[in-house]
Design a protein around this ligand. Structure first.
Ligand SMILES: CC(=O)[C@@H](O)[C@H](O)COP(=O)(O)O
Ligand SMILES: NCC(=O)COP(=O)(O)O
Length: 244
């Protein structure tokens, strides 16, 4: 089974927000990424709008040629924006204003009623819902319980591992979680902290449908250009999936 790449363009917007200019424009970056082979575009509209802002969501909803995966917190404001915007996917993520980046997976098991309400509201609006969770059986079971068709396994602990041994433990945990989730009928994505050096072992997990990768691609793009950054990541993912 082939593996898809969702390019997260948040940090194109980080560069723009750093000076309050109109450039670089995430809309332009999305077009370049799609032309280079991105299967979808991921954007995270944070409550504090530190990078992606409402204008980006509105324009990308009209201009993307592939599809939008809108990451958002589970709040009434974000649910309303999602229903009005109609992205193909919404990925519900945990969010703390003080965090530098997403620090962990969503606690679905600890808030079943709230998650059930959000998932059913989005599904009723025709949106495919994904839950950003750790590779934890209880969270996977909770995702099934609240009716989410997709999950995205958080790969941050794998990416941040300080030793090879620790990284191997995290890889095994992710692999077991992906396989269990797939056995429960979920469509399984993965992401966070993946880069050109650590992506292959994750891409090799054959039950993974899509990887969402952003920071590493945008960082590479700053040096070598976005077209090459996307093409190289896609090539590594396919090599990983094919065991090379
Ligand atoms: C949920 C996730 O892992 C990322 O997609 C998220 O967008 C990270 O937040 P920043 O993009 O603000 O780093
Ligand atoms: N959900 C993960 C994502 O969209 C990108 O995360 P990162 O590659 O920027 O860490």
């Amino acid at each position: 089974m082939s593996i898809l790449l969702g390019v997260n363009i948040d940090h194109i917007a980080t560069l723009r927000q750093a000076r309050g200019t109109s450039y670089p424009d995430p809309v332009h970056a999305a077009a370049v990424a799609e032309h280079a082979g991105a299967d979808g575009i991921t954007i995270h509209l944070r409550e504090d709008r530190r990078h992606i802002v409402d204008r980006d969501v509105e324009v990308l909803a009209k201009t993307l040629k592939t599809r939008m995966n809108l990451e958002m917190a589970v709040t009434d404001e974000m649910l309303e924006i999602a229903i009005n915007t109609q992205p193909t996917y919404v990925c519900l993520v945990p969010e703390k204003r003080e965090e530098l980046t997403t620090e962990g997976g969503l606690d679905v098991a600890g808030q079943l009623d709230k998650m059930l309400g959000a998932v059913s509201q989005l599904k009723s609006a025709g949106i495919k819902v994904s839950l950003f969770i750790d590779a934890d059986k209880a969270q996977i079971d909770a995702a099934v319980k609240v009716g989410a068709p997709y999950i995205e396994i958080h790969t941050g602990a794998y990416a941040d591992a300080e030793t090879e041994a620790e990284q191997q433990i995290e890889l095994e945990r992710i692999r077991d979680g992906v396989k269990y989730a797939h056995s429960q009928g979920l469509i399984v994505n993965a992401g966070h902290g993946l880069n050109y050096h650590n992506v292959k072992p994750i891409a090799a997990i054959e039950e993974i449908y899509e990887l969402n990768i952003g920071h590493a691609i945008i960082a590479r793009a700053a040096i070598d250009g976005l077209d090459l950054a996307v093409r190289d990541m896609k090539r590594l993912m396919i090599e990983g999936r094919n065991g090379h």
